[in-house]
Structures are given as C-alpha cells and as structure tokens.
Design a protein around this ligand. Structure first.
Ligand code: PEP
Length: 252
C-alpha cells in the first residue's frame, strides 16, 4: 500500500503574520504538486493570512488546536466552522505542549478528533511518551491509551482520514532524535493498534514522526517502512531547512 508522504510544519507560537509572509515569499515558489503533501500550521493570528496565500497552491494549512463545540461560551477557543470559513484544511490535535502546559486530555481529544472529521478538517493527532514513561517501559501502554481513547469515537470508515504524529516528548525541541529503530518500532506499534480497528484502513493511515527532525536526519527517518512523513517544529521556521526536509521525503 503506498501512502503519500506528508510533511507538516508546526510553527508553535512563532511568526507574526508579516514574518509568515516572508516565509511564504521564499517557500511557496519552491513547492510543486509532486512529492510530499505539505502542510503549514501557523499560530492563530497568521492563520488567515497563510490560508489566503496558500489557496490555489499545493501547500495546505492547518491550525494548531481546535475546540469540539461549534460556538458558545468558550472564551479563548476556536471552532471547526471558524477554521473552515477562512480556508483552513486541518488541525493539529493533542500536541504534547497542549497536553503538558494547557491541560489537554484524551477525553477532550476523543471529542475533538470526530468533530474535526465531521466538519471536513483533517486531524493531525499527536501521541507520544515522556522520558520517564520510556524509562519505565511504559511507551506501549501510553501509546495504546492515547491512540485508542483519542480515536474511540470515530467511525472505522473514517480511520484513514486521521493523520497520526508519533512524537516522543523527550525528543521535541530538545535536539534529541529517536533513533531510527525507536521511531520505526513505535510507529509500527501504532499501526498495529490501528489494524485492530480495521486492517485495511490501517494501511492507509499516514503516521508521521516528530521530534527534532532536521535536514540532516530527515531522509533516514522518512525512509522507514511505517513512517510516512514528519511533523517538524524548530527546523520548519526556516524556509530552506523546511524545504530540504520536504525534499527528503521519498517518492510515493
Ligand atoms: C513539534 O513541535 O511537533 C516538534 C516535533 O518540534 P521539534 O521539531 O522542534 O522537535
């Protein structure tokens, strides 16, 4: 089963709308419809600008979070209809920084993921273990809990609409990268969890690796059998570095 490679840029809380424009000036002319699917995830206030500029190009745009209600008394939140209205294609859900600093729970994600799918947004669901969990041999139980809970409420028919990013928390923004064996082992474990839901759909799900991906290590990681792309933080802030990571994705 061939899965189109998928490379996403998580800018986190970086780049004003003007800085996003500078990135796009350099990056967009280098992108073609061949090769990896490319998704930019800017912060809220640059999102509309980036969505407008990427419309009609091969580059797609996702938010970094989304709430599960459409509207109402939820101060500070942003809903699926609001994202769709400005031309956004998807949303990162469950990033470890949201889990760690902002109280994101698997119970909330079990509502956010189906909401995104129902609205027509592509969820990029992030899962991954902390350093302490890896050291106590709990990686598989943590991944099982996250994947099975967060996807519990989606229809099995919709499984392939979800993109999953395996991001070991200890490798995010630290310069530490999972070894190719560690990354492949966890991504294969995640695919096996998906096989327990639907063996056929599981083959179609794109599973990304995230955690200090850079131009120098992307090719090796992206060539692994169960790794279909990357979610990139720090190295995605620079158009040349991010472009090099996109270019390192194997042909489909
Ligand atoms: C991320 O933010 O999802 C991430 C993987 O960050 P970094 O590439 O900086 O480790």
């Amino acid at each position: 089963m061939s899965r189109r490679p998928y490379v996403a840029a998580n800018w986190k809380m970086n780049k004003t709308a003007s800085e996003a424009d500078e990135f796009l000036d350099a990056f967009l002319p280098t992108q073609t419809a061949d090769g990896a699917e490319v998704v930019l995830c800017p912060p809220w206030l640059a999102l509309q600008r980036v969505a407008e500029r990427c419309a009609g190009t091969p580059v797609r745009v996702a938010a970094q979070n989304m709430f599960y209600e459409d509207s109402g008394a939820f101060t500070g939140e942003v809903s699926a209809p609001m994202l769709l209205d400005i031309g956004v294609d998807g949303a990162i859900l469950g990033h470890s920084e949201r889990r760690q600093f902002f109280g994101e729970t698997d119970e909330a994600l079990a509502r956010k993921v189906p909401k995104a799918i129902e609205a027509g947004l592509e969820p990029i669901l992030c899962v991954g273990e902390t350093q302490a969990e890896r050291e106590s041999n709990d990686t598989e139980s943590v991944l099982s809990h996250q994947v099975l809970t967060d996807l519990a409420e989606i229809h099995t028919d919709d499984l392939a609409k979800v993109v999953i990013a395996y991001e070991p928390v200890w490798a995010i923004g630290t310069g530490l990268t999972a070894t190719p064996d560690q990354a492949q082992e966890s991504c294969e474990f995640i695919r096996n969890l998906l096989r327990s839901r639907d063996p056929h759909k599981a083959e179609q799900v794109r599973i990304l690796y995230g955690g200090s991906v850079k131009p120098g290590n992307a090719e090796e990681l992206l060539a692994l059998p169960d790794i279909d792309g990357a979610l990139v933080g720090g190295a995605a802030l620079d158009p040349a570095d991010f472009g090099a990571i996109v270019a390192a994705a194997p042909a489909e």
